[in-house]
Ligand binder design. Structure first.
Ligand code: PRP
Ligand code: ZN
Length: 300
């Protein structure tokens, strides 16, 4: 085992919406870890990378304090920490280095169904319940609105019913929680997704090279997520039409078929999902023996 200082520590949410997807992505990058969620640390078996499983709210702090080199966290959590440090007069000691394209949600202000909302001026002199005091305060300041954030650590959506606030500011994903509590979204403060953050402390050449390698692999994993490899046979004359039916397919491979003057084999990577309808259209254009395969890895 390498010296622990040479190992990269990545903070990952212990239990929550980002957990499975975060670990799955790292595994697709080639990392094998001993998986046990009740453990605080998962040791990488085949790379000098260890995962620290922690509460998501703690991730920016762990990266900022250089306890972890990297963190995978919702932009909402990272922004809240960055603004809080800024509002306290200190600087966030982490930088966002990669967007992971999952965990999409919005941080929004929501109003009770029976309360009128005519734009941000309706927030004037009200109380707004939230776990995101720093982001909300920043929004209110930027829009010159005088309103009072009321901190709730959870169950923010019940604050209006309890008479503790007029509005709430919370995460919205499907919108189910708002609807179930008689609330509606009225302002979007932040569009969020999972991101990778890195400490501002220099990592040293070796560790930084490994971080760069992981980022390149993550990029490769995300690029092929919806990609398919399609193979088919078709008359050479139909190739133009077939290519037009496959948007996102780059330079296909076209090979003559043994024993046929006219028909060719066509192989291409499509950067989008290939639906049944597309296959039916390809068949109508003269294609046969259609095969669609998932793409696992891609390195340009
Ligand atoms: C968030 C948020 C809402 C809910 C919104 O909580 O606080 O309660 O998700 O999602 P929906 O629009 O799909 O209903 P989460 O489940 O992440 O738990 P947490 O508040 O404990 O972090
Ligand atoms: Zn949380």
């Amino acid at each position: 085992m390498e010296h622990s200082e040479q190992r990269i520590k990545i903070a990952v949410q212990k239990t929550g919406r980002l957990t499975d997807h975060s670990i799955d992505l790292l595994e697709r990058c080639g990392l094998k870890v001993t998986k046990s969620k009740d453990q605080l640390i998962c040791y990488g078996e085949n790379m000098p990378i260890d995962l620290l499983l922690v509460r998501d709210d703690d991730i920016p702090g762990l990266v900022s304090d250089d306890v972890c080199d990297l963190g995978i966290v919702g932009l909402n959590v990272a922004e809240e920490k960055r603004l809080k440090l800024e509002q306290d007069g200190s600087k966030g000691l982490f930088k966002q280095i990669f967007e992971l394209e999952f965990g999409h949600c919005r941080l929004s202000i929501a109003a009770p169904d029976d309360v009128e909302y005519a734009g941000p001026e309706s927030l004037e002199n009200t109380k707004i319940a939230t776990s995101y005091v720093a982001i909300l305060t920043d929004y209110l300041n930027r829009n010159n609105i005088n309103a009072e954030p009321v901190f709730f650590s959870g169950a923010v959506e019940i604050a209006p019913k309890l008479g503790r606030a007029d509005f709430i500011c919370d995460l919205v994903s499907s919108g189910g929680t708002l609807a179930a509590n008689g609330l509606r979204e009225v302002e979007v403060l932040l569009e969020s997704e999972a991101v990778v953050i890195q400490t501002l402390a220099p990592l040293g050449d070796e560790k930084q090279a490994l971080v760069n390698k992981i980022l390149q692999r993550l990029d490769g994993v995300l690029k092929v997520r919806d990609s398919k490899y399609i193979m088919l046979h078709a008359p050479r004359a139909a190739l133009a039409e077939i290519r037009a039916l496959l948007p996102g397919s780059e330079a296909p491979t076209v090979m003559p078929l043994e024993g046929s003057d006219d028909r060719v084999a066509f192989h291409a990577v499509c950067r989008e999902n290939v639906f049944w309808e597309t296959l039916e259209n390809l068949k109508a254009a003269g294609a046969s023996s259609l095969l669609v395969l998932p793409v696992e890895k891609m390195l340009a």
